[in-house]
Design a protein around this ligand. Sequence first.
Ligand SMILES: [Zn+2]
Length: 375
Amino acid sequence: MSRTLELAKQLISQASVTPEDAGCQSILNDYLKPSEFKAEVMQFEEVTNLWLRRGDASPLVAFAGHTDVVPTGPDQEWDSPPFTPTIRDGKLYGRGAADMKSSIAAMAVACKNFIASNPEHKGSISFLLTSDEEGPATNGTVKVIEALQARNENIDMCIIGEPSSNHILGDTLKIGRRGSISASLNVKGVQGHVAYPHLAKNPVHEFAPALLELTTVEWDEGNEHFPATTFQISNINAGTGASNIIPGNKHVDFNLRFSTEITADEIKTKVLDILDKHQLDYEIEWHLSGNPFYCEPGELTSACEQAIQEILNINPELSTSGGTSDGRFIAPTGAQVVELGPVNESIHKVNEHIEVDALDQLTTIYYRVLEKLLQ
Ligand SMILES: [Zn+2]
């Protein structure tokens, strides 16, 4: 059996639903220890993180990933138990098979093999592993990066094993992500009888012109790397259920996915200007899930592109699409960041899987990237 397949199966067998690591990081630590990695467990509240580093020289090439997985949903909807790695028709099934235990296994095997052949390699190699990516992401990568920054330990290049591929392995490299900000808005009115509107104030009517403006205003035009910023209402509620009452409140939730052409603060100001312009009485709470980031293609991107071309004979597309990722915490330190991992079509679904062939292909790609950067 391929060493990557063996290790991936071992990791999938651990039921590491966020924030549980369930021993995955120990498995990886044990596997990499003979390659002379220095291990540091970074525990923040209930979250276990592992920082492994081999060597002190720069550049520091880091492999980043998460050992936690999303919940499985009802087990009976799976064709095989989610934490029992199972191969059918050339695919490896199990929770985490694509997001992202297979890529972590491939990274570990690639590093071990590379170090065995190049014990005197240039620079340093590290692993940043967290079990808090799929959840609130408050005690994971963000805290590890803070700790590293505090002692002036800087990642130069970082490969994240997130499932970046869309249709076939290697077709897409992610070099940035849009930002995401949500708000919970309460528009206050005065409850009353529908027959006596002069004694009430209807927040649905009050909010209507602001809603029109929020949904039609242009936030920015995007740029060559990002589509234009978008605004979406996710929830809207008002009313008591009775047909003769003017509601006293209206609740609205919305989210913006934003480009690097606008900041979270500019978005807040623009929203508040619109609400104030329409003289609304309101309360608003904001939640910034992540700022956008973009990494100008450089040495790391080229190494990944070349490795994919040499091994799979395709040219990857450089993209910033999709949700947020832990890259948002790493890129602001100045590190080059690339997401390179398996096909994302089955992630977070029942019967999550990866092509068995992709395991060794991914290992070879990571190995080749190391050769290009550190040989
Ligand atoms: Zn993931």
